[in-house]
Design a protein around this ligand. Structure first.
Ligand code: TYC
Length: 102
């Protein structure tokens, strides 16, 4: 029979072994049709950026083809992708948003 101290030591060792959850980048992809102003609004609305930061990220996507909006646990990243895609479709824009393991 293990003592209380031994049980606590076992639990602590188990806790230390638990890996942190995998994290996922949420990225926007460039296209030729979505207006720049709309992308800036998306970055402010769903990723909490101010106008300056959102403009920087939008221009990075515009020039490089892809840019990171944020890094989140799996469920939150998936929700952000869903929210951005449905908001873009509601507004008739083809803006693409994807997640990839960080
Ligand atoms: N390339 C678009 C334009 O010239 C702007 C744009 C930026 C579109 C970022 C998508 O993720 C994007 N209107």
């Amino acid at each position: 029979m293990a003592t209380r101290k031994q049980n606590e030591a076992i639990l602590e060792a188990e806790r230390a072994k638990i890996a942190p959850p995998p994290m996922f980048k949420v990225c926007l992809l460039n296209d030729d049709f979505t207006p720049m102003d709309f992308v800036v609004i998306v970055l402010q609305k769903f990723f909490g950026m101010d106008r300056e930061q959102a403009t920087r990220v939008m221009l990075q996507v515009h020039h490089d083809g892809k840019g990171v909006c944020g890094v989140f646990p799996r469920d939150i990243a998936a929700t952000k992708v869903e929210q951005v895609c449905s908001f873009s479709r509601q507004n008739q824009h083809p803006l693409a948003c994807v997640m990839e393991e960080a």
